[in-house]
Design a protein around this ligand. Structure first.
Ligand code: ATP
Ligand code: MG
Length: 178
């Protein structure tokens, strides 16, 4: 069994808050880090990555890649590039990923993979696993706690787990103060 470094749980109530979570995650990331994003269609994986890219200071808008499997966003600030992968159509896993022949060094980049579970874990021994789920029981109509501006359909429970020694003391707890 691999070491579980740390876990943080965050309740996110809007797309803006999801993007903010991405911004708060960015300072914890270093070159060579692998982040796996898990969650159903429309969970908010790309939205979180957008905030990450913003705070990392990378070039280009983070969007849902429709025809490309991976997109490289170079840093504008001398930091690591962001490699954003949508592995949804990636059948074979790592081999195909290597065949993409990305013009970038993965050990010098932050690699974020949507739909990568079971496919790209071999890329790095240590990884951060972000699981985005719909909140249980969040189907009450008319907003949350009497706040009609908040839509219960927009609530997500986000679990961030660090796998491996890299994440043992990485300060994931800071993410919980939302
Ligand atoms: N709390 C929330 N966090 C993130 N997105 C939310 C939230 N509430 C509603 N949304 C909406 O859900 C959608 C999330 O889309 P996004 O592209 O980020 O999902 P995804 O997980 O990347 O999906 P896919 O698997 O298709 O790539 C957006 O339209 C966004 O406005
Ligand atoms: Mg997406």
């Amino acid at each position: 069994m691999s070491t579980t470094g740390a876990t943080a749980r965050v309740t996110v109530k809007s797309p803006d808050q999801m993007q903010e979570l991405g911004r708060r995650l960015a300072p914890l990331l270093r070159p060579g880090d692998l982040v796996l994003l898990t969650g159903e269609l429309g969970a908010g994986k790309t939205t979180l990555t957008r905030g990450l890219g913003e705070a990392l200071g990378v070039r280009g808008a983070v969007t849902s890649p429709t025809f490309v499997i991976a997109r490289v966003h170079p840093s504008l600030t001398g930091g690591p590039a962001l490699v954003h992968v949508d592995a949804y159509r990636l059948g074979g896993g790592l081999d195909e990923m290597e065949d993409l022949d990305l013009d970038v060094s993965l050990p010098e980049s932050v690699v974020v993979v949507e739909w990568g579970e079971g496919k790209v874990e071999e890329l790095a021994e240590d990884r951060l696993h972000v699981v985005i789920g719909r909140a249980v029981g969040a189907d009450a109509p008319g907003g949350l706690d009497g706040h009609p501006e908040e839509d219960a359909d927009d609530v997500r429970e986000v679990t961030v787990t660090g796998v491996g020694a890299r994440w043992a003391d990485a300060g994931l707890g800071e993410l919980e103060i939302c």
